[in-house]
Ligand binder design. Sequence first.
Ligand SMILES: Cc1cc2nc3c(=O)[nH]c(=O)nc-3n(C[C@H](O)[C@H](O)[C@H](O)COP(=O)(O)OP(=O)(O)OC[C@H]3O[C@@H](n4cnc5c(N)ncnc54)[C@H](O)[C@@H]3O)c2cc1C
Length: 655
Amino acid sequence: METHSYKLPPKPLSEEDTAKIISLIKSKVEIKDRRYNHQTYKNCFIGRDVVNVLLEFGYGENIHEALQICEGLRTQGVIGHVCEDKEFENRKQFYVFESDRKELDQAKTTWQDVLKEEEGKHLCSEEVKDVLDSLSDWPKRNSEMGELLVDKHNREVLDNCRPLNWTNPSSDVKYDMVAIGGGAGGLVSSITAAVSGAKSAIIERNLMGGDCLNTGCVPSKAFIKAAKVAHTCRNASKFGVMFEGEMKIDFARVMERMREVRAEIAEHDSVYKFAKKYGIDMYLGDAKFLNEGEIDVNGQTLKFEKCSIATGGHPYVPDIEGLSDFPYLTSENVFNITEQPNHLVIIGAGPIGCELGQSFARFGTRVTMLSKTNRFLPKEDPDAAAFLHQSLMDDGVNIVFNAEPTKIQVTKSPGKLWNPEAKFEMEININGISETIKGDSILVAAGRRPNVHGLGLEEAGVEYDHTRGVHVDDYCMTTNKDIYAVGDVCSPYQFTHNSDIMAKNAAKNALFSGREKSSEVIMSWCTYTDPELAHIGKYPSEMDKEGIEYDTYKYDISNNDRAICDGVIGLIKIHCQKDTDKILGGTIVGGPAGDMVSQIAQAMYNKVGLSSMGAVVHPYPTYGEAFKALTSQINGRKLAQGAKTVLKTIKKVKV
Ligand SMILES: Cc1cc2nc3c(=O)[nH]c(=O)nc-3n(C[C@H](O)[C@H](O)[C@H](O)COP(=O)(O)OP(=O)(O)OC[C@H]3O[C@@H](n4cnc5c(N)ncnc54)[C@H](O)[C@@H]3O)c2cc1C
């Protein structure tokens, strides 16, 4: 058996021997730049070559002794592995002289090394481009970045998700799977392919992690958490917890914590991780189809057997006179702000508007939310929506229904980027009557549009439109049988977990003749307001349209012992197929609704009926015990029906 690693104590070497061995290695072992997983390691040599040279020149009787010498050199700080602090091995591993490493480290360019003079500044996209263009060693890319707040946390995100010194592979292989987009959909498409042995690539034009990490789930949930803490403190006296003095919000710190959280999570989506751990070829640049089987990135042509379009979406900005003259916020730049808006007008009252609006209000911002329709969250269960509506009003959010902004006039212009010093007047048509409101900040949260523009979809034979996005069938296949699409670019379910499951299904269908259908996925989601509002499966309105008969079981969460302790109110509704316990859908508002809906998801996926959900022993006191109460309802109904049948039979027998 070959001896790879060192098993004996390192051999201490005299200064003279050390010098001789260093000179031997430098003269006899090949030292050069080597590439592994798309990273270049400068001036490195291979462990096994050193062992062979030592043995050849009489340093050690056998591999063990040669390894003892090498480990001696390592522990004396003469040589070391290129990236890990580990014992010397007789393998094809890369090592460097520590003296070279110091020089190399100094030459390495990371985001931590650049933009030093811009620390703390908020740069618009043109300024970011200018800075990047001025860096001589920045590999030019055909894609641009958005606005950037320069600080150490964002630099960490950039070092993970768009490393400055990254070199795209120069491979000319035909990939089994190329994913366009490095968000949830693209990452999961590629991993699913790569772990099955397929040669896989990802092309990302901006930041790995996509919306979820950078401008969506992660920053919004960290922001919401801080707002919840503020709310808890403000209401602490109800629980007998008193503060002396006034509670203060350090908004800059709130936003910094959010950036810290994002930076911590960024490593999960790092370019290096995907390249090294999964062996995926990572390309940074804007992808454009050249034809039905080729894609251009920065002038390089990638060939593919199968492709997964996972380009996501962007905020829809309605065409309102004067809006473009005002530096409005969207989900793409709201997480860059460091000062608190005074009066925030939110155009849109959907989940994103509600989550952010409630949080801003809890920090003390005056929030006006404009809803185009006359109902709050019209797609959701009306009773559940009413709970949330009340809670937003309690937090001071002013929701204006049937309201359409028609004109915005800038009364004080702050420049290109958002600034709380700006002022505007907004004309709004409310129920046919024109009214004017004044504010300093506008958040556009009026829905999303798919990223289909400039992708060359026509050249690839992929049908699409600008509202629905890429057209796919139930198997995620587009009108080109070798091209699939997943996630926000093609689906009405705009959630990270939907991009994830579509990506898995698409990869299986594309590469392994799978028959995974989107229509068979039981979709659930949650709006992370307070109270949380979660839903799974079908709504009654859908079932009514489809002619499905159902029974609805309701539970008032304020009867749950844990909810009473917590001072929580809410509602659970579960819809079962008529006269059975088969769950078709459900809505939960209040308590840990997002986590509770996962229990219903488990039951539905495993075809467990509502009767059995409550048969499980739940720890007391937990919200999950609500399922026991719902089970008693369905069992009670079954018993009543059974009793009726028995009575009927008895009557018949008597007659
Ligand atoms: C404020 C907010 C909060 C949210 N909260 C949640 C939540 O709590 N839970 C949840 O499940 N969902 C949430 N979402 C939705 C979730 O973020 C998205 O559904 C999810 O990120 C979509 O993933 P995706 O891979 O389809 O697209 P994206 O994440 O948008 O990724 C697409 C990627 O493709 C890249 N790209 C686009 N065009 C090209 C091109 N031509 N070449 C190369 N690359 C390209 C983009 O740069 C991007 O990185 C939230 C969204 C927002 C805005």
